[in-house]
Design a protein around this ligand. Structure first.
Ligand code: AMP
Ligand code: GLY
Length: 418
């Protein structure tokens, strides 16, 4: 079978690697791919958001499956466009991807179906938003409504901070159209857990839990990033909590989307906070998370190609998906300066010395036969082991072998206390 994967980050490298393991997959393309993906798939020079380009390539090359991984093409309706041409695609349609693409949609859904989440209000005008902030007081959370590369959220400890976040988003156009509307939310506390699930419209099968590290620096300091590392499973996500989440959050969300005429097929990502008043939804993503996927998929024992087909055919209930008991840790090595300005084109050395971990490439390219940096998040060094402590040690031992100018990584991935 021939498979085309859309995207070019560490997550796509992990998805490609899992698909490459399938005995049924004999041809893999990735658009646009990256310097690491190029070693297991044929990279095709088409942007992940280029719907016409992906459809044209698919009509010419006839993949048996197209896996749409990133948020932007999902929100733009790439799955709908492929299906309209009779091409089999994995991922939610546009009307279901909105669960991530519009935070106000997600909040309204949760309110209507009584799915636990933070209290909130939605504003299109900054003056009204500011009055609300003054009424509620800080700490308070301001979120751009639309997709903002994971950077549209301000957890404001003071009213001034919240007000300036509103002004930047609505009046300053900091996130373009994505910030023209803001959601203002109650500040919640508790450990955060990411739970990804395969969903086929009506059935769901959760993957092992994971935890992300969004801040740029150790001890959760510095600006928010796309994610500086992840580990799986979470220490906080007990069987009792999992059962509660299944009953109060996961199944109700899948049922609510079906009820709304927006059946969700693909991977649904539940960003949860385990608050003193029970688990609540912080965010939904309509896709695999990055870098959670790198840590989670290396624990998958079943065939990802089969699972994706079961999702598309609405037959997830017939699958018995197996996961390894191992723990896994993924440490992201980023370009110095990320998530703001950084330089590209730095040569990466030491990759051949890595023996124990899998190195997922994110922002890399091949230049004159050498692997060089080409993005903010560059590599995700991922190790699995019987215990989390061993996985962390293995991953960091390999991080130490890899070098590029101004490489930056966190030293505390996996040791989160809350
Ligand atoms: P998001 O992009 O929605 O995942 O938000 C980014 C980060 O902001 C989350 O991972 C949380 O750490 C934090 N956050 C979001 N919403 C809240 C909230 N209501 N209360 C406290 N922290 C939050
Ligand atoms: N790691 C968070 C995300 O993928 O949105």
């Amino acid at each position: 079978m021939k498979v085309l994967v859309i995207g070019g980050g560490g997550r796509e490298h992990a998805v490609c690697m899992a698909l490459a393991k399938s005995t049924k997959v004999d041809k893999l393309w990735c658009a646009p791919g990256n310097g690491g993906i190029a070693s297991i798939a044929e990279c095709v020079d088409i942007k992940a958001t280029d719907i016409d380009g992906v459809v044209a390539f698919s009509k010419e090359n006839h993949p048996d499956l197209v896996v749409v991984t990133p948020d932007d093409p999902l929100a733009l309706g790439m799955v709908d466009a492929l299906e309209a041409e009779g091409i089999r695609a994995f991922g939610p349609r546009k009307n279901a991807a909105v669960i991530e693409g519009s935070k106000s949609f997600a909040k309204e859904l949760m309110k209507t179906y009584e799915i636990p989440t933070a209290e909130y209000a939605v504003f299109d005008r900054s003056e009204e938003a500011i009055s609300y902030i003054k009424k509620m007081g800080a700490p308070i959370v301001v979120k751009a409504d639309g997709l903002a590369l994971g950077k549209g959220v301000t957890v404001a400890m003071t009213e001034e901070e919240a007000i300036s976040a509103v002004r930047d988003a609505i009046d300053g156009g900091r996130f373009g159209g994505a910030g023209a509307r803001v959601v203002i939310e109650e500040f919640l506390t508790g450990p955060e857990v990411s739970v990804l699930a395969f969903v086929d419209g009506k059935n769901l099968s959760t993957m092992p839990s994971a935890q992300d590290h969004k801040r740029a620096f150790d001890n959760d300091r510095g600006p928010n990033t796309g994610g500086m590392g992840a580990f799986s499973p979470s220490r906080f996500y007990t069987e009792d909590i999992a059962a509660e989440c299944m009953k109060t959050i996961f199944q109700p969300t899948v049922a609510a989307m079906a009820q709304e005429g927006r059946p969700f097929c693909g991977v649904l990502y539940f960003g949860l906070m385990l608050t003193p008043r029970g688990p609540k939804v912080i965010e939904y993503n309509a896709r695999f998370g990055d870098p959670e996927t790198q840590a989670v998929l290396c624990r998958l024992d079943s065939d990802l190609f089969d699972i994706m087909n079961a999702v598309i055919d609405g037959k997830l209930d017939e699958m018995d998906i197996q996961w390894k008991d191992d723990a896994a840790c993924c440490v992201v090595m980023a370009s110095g300066g990320y998530p703001t300005a950084y330089e590209k084109g730095k040569e990466i050395t030491g990759l051949e010395d890595v023996k124990e971990s899998i190195v997922f490439h994110a922002g890399t390219a091949v230049k004159d036969g050498k692997i060089v940096t080409s993005g903010g998040r560059v590599l995700g060094i991922t190790a699995a082991a019987p215990t989390l402590d061993e996985a962390i040690q293995k991953a960091y031992a390999d991080v130490d072998k890899i070098h590029f100018d101004q490489a930056h990584f966190r030293h505390d991935i996996g040791i989160k206390k809350g």
